[in-house]
Design a protein around this ligand. Structure first.
Ligand code: GLN
Length: 526
């Protein structure tokens, strides 16, 4: 197993995750089997309890792991499915070590950060790296992205563990890529000083950057590369310019042009292989159409809905249609504004804030034949809207939001659940699609598996009433409603699951494909 460590310098938010994912793609294009691990040095056990407005979307894995959004980037770029052990947090590591201590596993020893915590970190990395893919084979190469910035107190034990790993691995099984910022001064000159300082911080921890990826607005020229090379002890070929590009999926191509594949081959002693270019053809396919989709949400922060944004992009690419997203604040927008868009999407969410606005948006889409896609909370609210405005149950609401007629109710297995961490209905569940429905047209198969993250569901007491009045539950998991649609509408689909988590540039998600196509048809008739 070969390891590619990715650290960050100067500041966070440089696109370290995209860099890591792109490195993986470059290798995958050459036929290597690549897996990835994300280290998050915070104390939370997982991202499930964290506010997405601060940390971005909580990504959900097939096994129900609620993880950092970078795992979504890995899955999309590498077209693989990961599991919870691929996201290591300080919380998980300490919990395991403390449990071992209580069991008496370290009897007599003083339990310390070195070696006990660092040993546990190494064991976690190896375990995730060695995990078999569904075909029973293991990866050739594992990416290990260390979250945060070198020099943070929180990441110290992880970087120490990596320093130890380096000594334990054969020379050509390890390479460290440091991603750093190359800012411009007021004269427009690119400055290398912050990079020099962060490489110095790495050195103090006993680590050396074999490759430096410099993030900048404009490409870094030979002069700047020479300077970085001289100050940071690496050949000029190890300095990779990563200027901002319009679409993240083009990053592998840009880094490839910079010679990253060769630099990696040298360090990891990989044979030189021809790269498959189908990914590049796919992500640079010309757009011939454009649609505008309104997303009505509580947070206007795009990071909260990364997977939705990407899933729309994947579907758009496949249909040569650029999807422009307009974010509407659920508490402020005017319903008549919705006329200006080709489709309306209501994403998942928690809590009461903004739900009345979302319900109004759904009503508008339903009554005016505007293509509509509702996801999780968006599915539940479309059921509430139907109950209120078609069935005439004026006080219909979800149990999550308080008093009224609970057409959406707590899942029975959630009764008595007190702990919030990791206790929702999470991850892969299958659903059976009913023949002759929109869902069947989109998926083209009877049994589907999609990822979930919810505590509430359609109240079984009302199912018959809904179906009688024309709301079709087109996919079900026994008595659990998974999809809703309307036969009388050009495209009205809502899912209790989150199809965006399984969408890839190479495999766009069926509901998203259908939605974008319907937006296109709607635009044509306007
Ligand atoms: N809050 C809703 C529930 O828990 C929906 C969750 C979601 O949209 N992810 O069921």
């Amino acid at each position: 197993m070969k390891y590619i460590i990715i650290t960050g310098g100067v500041m966070s938010g440089l696109g370290k995750g995209i860099t890591a994912a792109s490195v993986g793609r470059i290798l995958k294009n050459r036929g290597y089997r690549v897996t990835a691990v994300k280290i998050d040095p915070y104390l939370n056990i997982d991202a499930g309890t964290m506010n997405p407005a601060q940390h971005g979307e909580v990504f959900v894995l097939k096994d129900g792991g609620e993880v950092d959004l970078d795992l979504g980037n890995y899955e999309r770029f590498l077209d693989i499915e990961l599991t919870s052990p691929h996201n290591i947090t300080t919380g998980k590591v300490y919990r395991t070590v403390i449990e071992k201590e209580r069991r008496g596993d370290f009897l007599g020893e003083t339990v310390q950060i070195i070696p006990h915590i660092t040993d546990q970190i190494k064991a976690c990395i190896r375990q995730a790296a060695e995990e078999e893919f569904p075909d029973g084979k293991k990866a050739d190469i594992c990416l290990v992205e260390v979250g945060g910035t070198v020099g943070d107190i929180e990441s110290m034990p992880f970087l120490e563990a990596i320093r130890q790993m380096r000594g334990e691995l054969p020379e050509h099984d390890y390479v460290l890529i440091h991603v750093t910022l190359i800012p411009e001064d007021t004269m427009g000159d690119l400055k290398t000083k912050p990079t020099q300082h962060s490489v110095k911080a790495l050195r103090e921890l006993g680590l050396h950057a074999e490759i430096i990826v410099g993030r900048s607005e404009r490409p870094i020229g030979a002069h700047t590369k020479r300077k970085i090379s001289a100050f940071c002890d690496l050949p000029q070929t190890g300095v990779i310019s990563a200027a901002t590009v319009p679409d993240i999926y083009e990053v592998p191509m840009e880094m490839e042009k910079e010679g990253l594949a060769d630099a990696l081959s040298t360090h990891l002693n990989l044979e030189k292989r021809e790269a498959d270019s189908s990914w590049y053809r796919l992500v640079t396919k010309e757009y011939t159409n454009r649609v505008t989709v309104a997303i009505v949400s509580k947070y206007g922060i795009e990071d909260v809905y990364i997977s939705i944004k990407e899933a729309l992009k994947h579907a758009g690419r496949a249909l040569s249609t650029e999807v422009k997203i307009v974010w509407l604040d659920a508490e402020r927008f005017e319903t008549c504004q919705l006329k200006d868009y080709d489709g309306v999407l209501i994403p998942g969410g928690f809590g009461k804030r903004g739900i009345e606005g979302k319900i109004e948006a759904i009503r508008f889409a339903r009554e005016n034949n505007v293509p509509f896609l509702g996801l999780c909370l968006g599915f539940q609210l479309c059921v509430v809207e139907f109950a209120r405005n078609v069935l005439g149950i004026a006080d219909a609401i979800s149990e999550e939001m308080g008093g009224g007629t609970h057409v959406i109710a707590l899942l029975p297995e959630q009764e008595g659940v007190k702990e919030l961490g990791g206790t929702m209905r999470l991850g892969d569940y299958s659903a059976e699609i009913r023949d002759g429905t929109l869902a069947m047209k989109l998926y083209g198969q009877k049994m589907i598996t999609e990822r979930h993250r919810h505590r509430y569901e359609v109240n079984p007491r009302f199912i018959e009433k809904f179906e009688h009045a024309g709301l079709i539950f087109s996919a079900k998991n026994k008595n659990r409603m998974e999809c809703a649609e309307l036969a009388t509408h050009p495209f009205f689909l809502a899912t209790q699951f989150h199809p965006e988590f399984k969408s890839r540039p190479t495999h766009p998600s069926p509901p998203y494909l259908g939605f974008v196509e319907a937006c296109r048809a709607n635009k044509r008739t306007k």
